[in-house]
Design a protein around this ligand. Structure first.
Ligand code: MLT
Length: 262
């Protein structure tokens, strides 16, 4: 259990949108979406998940406990219902929220994420990464992940963005990164639960995402009862930062038809 550091922006009476970041990032990854959402009348809640950004490490964190942390934050902010948007690890947490706190879910947006659990091979890789991070810090992890977050074109043409993404990974504390890896490794398979999610949903994925590929997104969209599905061209995993305009447009279009401001 953790008290989530967070920021809240936008009109007090706007429909609430919660943005859950991925791994190993923090809430700063949503900077491109923030202004467009608040400018269009939405109230945006931006938590740092446990062990990331300004939130303390929770060595016992799971994706379920993180979803409960988000729910407790909404209670603290006196928010009844929210659209929960999750990118990758944030998507695992958003799915956990949808299952554990269904009555509080106005809508669900899953970006570059999946419903399945880690395979035995993936779990072993997480364990090796935990050992490496604990011994040497996050630099090796950041170097290995960068080519999966952004396409080669972006990495060669947008040096400032590359530096920003790398710096965001490097500033996460190694104890938080190790704890999050454990939570990722142990997350349950939520594929069967998709069928029971009755809130409207949007599934977005980068055309070239090598971590959670378009086939995973397609499978989730087919299982979710009320889903819209879009592939974001020219993006690898980190679509909200690599193709910010396309992601923001897709999000706003969908929000306007499912949770419009009064
Ligand atoms: C993320 O982007 O949050 C992680 O890469 C997800 C994962 O490793 O499963």
């Amino acid at each position: 259990m953790a008290d989530l550091a967070h920021a809240v922006h936008g009109p007090r009476d706007g429909p609430v949108v919660v943005l859950l970041h991925g791994f190993p990032f923090d809430r700063a990854m949503w900077r491109f979406q923030l202004g467009a959402l608040t400018g269009n009348g939405y109230r945006v809640v931006l938590p740092d998940l446990p062990g990331a950004g300004q939130t303390d490490v929770d060595a016992a964190a799971t994706v379920d406990s993180m979803a409960d942390d988000v729910e407790r934050l909404l209670v603290r902010l006196k928010i009844g219902k929210a659209t929960v948007v999750g990118f990758s690890m944030g998507g695992y947490v958003a799915l956990a929220f949808a299952v554990r706190h269904a009555s509080k879910l106005a809508g669900l947006v899953l970006i570059d994420t999946r419903s399945g659990a880690d395979t035995a091979e993936a779990k072993a890789k997480r364990d090796a990464t935990i050992t490496d991070v604990q011994a040497h810090g996050v630099r090796g992890l950041a170097t290995g992940m960068l080519p999966k977050q952004l396409t080669e074109t972006t990495r060669t043409q947008q040096r400032l963005l590359v530096d920003e993404v790398r710096a965001m990974m490097l500033r996460q504390p190694k104890a938080g990164v190790a704890a999050a890896l454990g939570a990722l490794r142990d997350r349950p398979d939520r594929t069967d639960a998709l069928l029971g999610i009755t809130a409207p949903s949007l599934v977005l994925v980068g055309e070239h995402d090598p971590i959670t590929p378009p086939s995973d997104a397609q499978a989730m969209a087919s299982a979710l009862p009320k889903s819209t599905h879009k592939v974001i061209p020219g993006a690898a995993h980190l679509t909200p930062m690599e193709q910010p305009r396309l992601v923001t447009e897709a999000l706003l279009d969908w929000l306007e038809s499912h949770a419009p401001p009064a």
